[in-house]
Design a protein around this ligand. Structure first.
Ligand SMILES: Nc1nc2c(ncn2[C@@H]2O[C@H](COP(=O)(O)OP(=O)(O)OP(=O)(O)O)[C@@H](O)[C@H]2O)c(=O)[nH]1
Ligand SMILES: [Mg+2]
Length: 274
């Protein structure tokens, strides 16, 4: 059952199972016309994931039917408003796991990386985000102007909020579900939701950990992202939080929550360098 994950995570998981302290894991996948990609994604999700939630944005290509035929137990939920952000919000609200993993359905993000994300959470991080721009990461799915935009946004965020992000607009992340109580995602209907989450976890002084992630090219179909309008939404999101922060309304320092077995470790299980 655990054969396709790394020995370290498999060991942690085994220990958790022995101690009766196993966090349940939900995977949230937003889809908009991904019928030709969803088989690849669902087929690579580790078998020990507790629930997979597909949030479908009115796909017309049979995405939901394909997903259900491949994974009958998949939970399909709808979104209240259009956009990837609205989809993720609905997925998070539906998730029942202690840990939530978010990833795209176009085959660009490898679910085979999930064990590493979960491993970092089990090791003490509150929020783990993939980065395409640290050692071991990479992308085959980004034109030069989008790289430039992402780089510029990273610089602005670092200037305004501190932290040491190397990537900002990437949708592969995992977190303990209870941190959602401290995030406000109501306004983030579109692709800016990733940036919004990244800034809010930083402002809340949560333990944030970046992991290298490889983004492959979308397998089939075309991107839903429109560089200028969506880039503008990202920029205005950054500036909105910038104004709030400098107006003295930054999030409060939050108490840390750790799995019971990690609380007594030196450093309370906090990830070094985060
Ligand atoms: N439910 C839902 N999913 C969406 C919506 N827009 C995009 N998605 C999904 O969100 C994920 C990311 O969208 P993409 O179109 O791949 O955007 P991107 O990854 O920024 O762009 P590329 O790198 O060019 O593929 C994919 O799984 C999409 O199917 C939406 O309005 N509703
Ligand atoms: Mg994509």
């Amino acid at each position: 059952m655990l054969s396709n994950i790394s020995p370290i995570v498999s060991d942690i998981h085994a220990q958790s199972m022995n101690s009766g302290d196993v966090p349940a894991i939900s995977v949230v996948i937003p889809t908009k016309n991904e019928a030709r990609n969803i088989a690849y994604v669902l087929g690579r999700i580790p078998t020990w994931v507790d629930e997979v939630i597909l949030v479908d944005g009115d796909s017309t290509d049979g995405t939901v039917e394909v997903a259900r035929s491949l994974m009958p137990e998949i939970r399909v939920v709808s979104q209240d408003r259009p956009g990837k952000g609205a989809a993720l919000r609905s997925g998070f609200a539906a998730a029942g796991g202690d840990i939530v993993v978010m990833l795209d359905a176009d085959g660009s993000m490898d679910p085979g990386e999930i064990p590493v994300f979960v491993g970092a959470l089990l090791a003490g991080a509150d929020f783990v985000k993939g980065s395409r721009f640290i050692q071991g990461g990479g992308t085959d799915d980004m034109e030069w102007y989008r790289r430039l935009g992402n780089w510029g946004f990273v610089k602005i965020v670092t200037l305004l909020f501190g932290g040491r992000y190397s990537d900002l607009c990437y949708g592969y992340a995992a977190f303990w579900r209870d941190i959602l109580d401290h995030l406000s995602l109501e306004r983030d209907d579109g692709f800016e939701i990733e940036t919004s989450m990244n800034i809010q976890v930083l402002n809340a002084r949560l333990s944030v950990h970046e992991l290298p992630s490889i983004e492959a090219a979308r397998r089939h179909g075309v991107s839903n992202l429109r560089t200028i309008p969506d880039g503008w939404r990202v920029l205005t999101t950054i500036l909105r939080f910038g104004f709030q922060r400098h107006g003295g309304r930054a999030s409060a320092h939050l108490p840390k929550r750790r799995p019971a077995r990690l609380r007594n470790m030196p450093g309370g299980g906090r990830v070094a360098g985060s």
